[in-house]
Design a protein around this ligand. Structure first.
Ligand code: NAD
Length: 369
């Protein structure tokens, strides 16, 4: 008999609700591994404020070397009021997450905006627009564009202050995110909307041309183009018509928040940041909830663990190609919600209020059927 494959995962729970929701996500992962016959080797490290307390650094060397020795990173969240007075460069988010993204060249950020049918009342959109729920996957380029282009700075010109940011994309940078988007679309509805501003920006002309060129290798996937201002409107007018959306860094930063808001439940939304590198046979990635450390509810046992649990599903799908196992977890989440269980953030009249732990245990139990 073949030995089951072992996946090495660095577990960085972090601060606030991080450790509480991570415990439930690990429980789900371990049960899923039993059912789908793979093995996980988990290795925990300190990160964020917790690491500052213990070592003086938000991303200690030990933590980084643990991540380097792993196939993927499962991340909780970092930060909180206790560390807000640190200098900007030592703040947990800036000093832990940004260096991790840079170190592992995490160039693509995936944020699904998932609105389950039972939770569609939480959406700020009119009920007829969201009835039956929706799921839009926003793929954002994360390492190029306006945030990083040179020259960048502020200077005095003829007695006046002038600020300059530069938007730069190389063809190779657009190609790699385009290939990723098409590969992901093949796991879904085979439909991509590429968002740009091709009526104004040179960068967008390149973006659109490269998307069209890459599309020739994926004739089974439908590609359409949309201007960013129009996309911002169409998401609100007809969210159910979208599946995969791919866009550059700045547009993605803004649109992914708009999409998250359309679902109305931040505690439900996972995210993935994927790298260029292969670790062994696997695509390296960092998986974390879209929300933060929620200091207002930390330690109370009431946080919603679903974002962290769905981050595990994304890790299984995108780093390890364990698509059935990922689908098993997603389906267990859907079943648990359909049974009426709710943490406080998604509770409504007529549903059953449960703790973080109870939600985790029920999702774990629902993995079997
Ligand atoms: P937040 O996402 O932590 O919280 C916003 C609101 O959403 C709060 O009311 C919170 O209770 C609620 N919420 C978030 N996740 C939830 C969950 N799983 N279950 C139930 N409710 C949930 O954002 P914030 O308040 O702006 O930031 C708090 C701290 O988190 C700050 O220190 C910030 O720097 C940090 N942060 C970290 C990350 C990260 O680690 N990637 C991301 C964003 C913010």
């Amino acid at each position: 008999m073949d030995m089951p494959v072992t996946y090495k995962i660095a577990v960085l729970a972090g601060d606030g609700i991080g450790p509480e929701v991570m415990a439930e996500a690990i429980g789900v992962l371990q049960r899923c591994a039993e059912l789908d016959q793979f093995r996980v080797e988990l290795s925990e490290s300190l990160v964020g404020g917790a690491a500052v307390e213990a070592t003086g650094k938000a991303l200690p060397e030990d933590t980084l070397s643990n991540c380097e020795a792993s196939d993927a990173i499962l991340f909780g969240s970092v930060g909180g009021p206790k560390w807000e007075k640190l200098p900007p460069n030592e703040q947990p988010e800036r000093a832990a997450l940004l260096p991790l993204r840079k170190h592992f060249n995490l160039f693509a950020n995936l944020r699904p905006a998932l609105c389950l049918p039972e939770l569609s009342a939480a959406s700020p959109l009119r009920s007829d627009l969201v009835q039956g729920g929706f799921e839009i996957l926003c793929i954002r380029e994360l390492t190029g564009g306006l945030y990083f282009g040179q020259p960048k700075g502020t200077r005095i010109e003829r007695g006046e202050t002038v600020a300059v940011d530069t938007m730069v994309y190389r063809k190779s940078e657009v190609e790699r995110i385009a290939h990723l988007a098409f590969q992901i679309a093949r796991l879904r509805k085979r439909k991509i909307v590429s968002v740009d501003k091709a009526n104004v920006l040179e960068n967008s002309l390149l973006w659109r041309a490269v998307l069209k060129e890459v599309a020739l290798a994926y004739t089974d996937v439908e590609l359409t183009h949309m201007l960013v201002d129009n996309a911002a409107m169409q998401f609100i007018r007809a969210p159910k018509t979208f599946d995969v959306v791919v866009t550059e860094n700045l547009f993605g930063d803004i649109l992914s928040d708009e999409l998250a808001m359309l679902t109305g439940s931040i505690g439900m939304l996972p995210s993935a940041s994927l790298g260029t590198g292969q670790h062994g046979n696997y695509r390296f990635g960092l998986y974390e909830p879209s929300g933060g450390s929620a200091p207002d509810i930390a330690g109370k046992g009431i946080a919603n663990p679903i974002a962290q649990i769905l981050s595990v599903a994304m890790m299984l799908r995108y780093s390890f190609s364990l698509n059935d196992a990922a689908a098993r977890i997603e389906s267990a989440v859907r079943k648990t919600i359909a049974k009426g269980l709710r943490t406080k953030d998604i509770w409504s009249e007529g549903t059953v209020l449960v703790s973080t732990k109870e939600m985790g245990l029920e999702i774990r139990a629902n993995l079997d059927h």
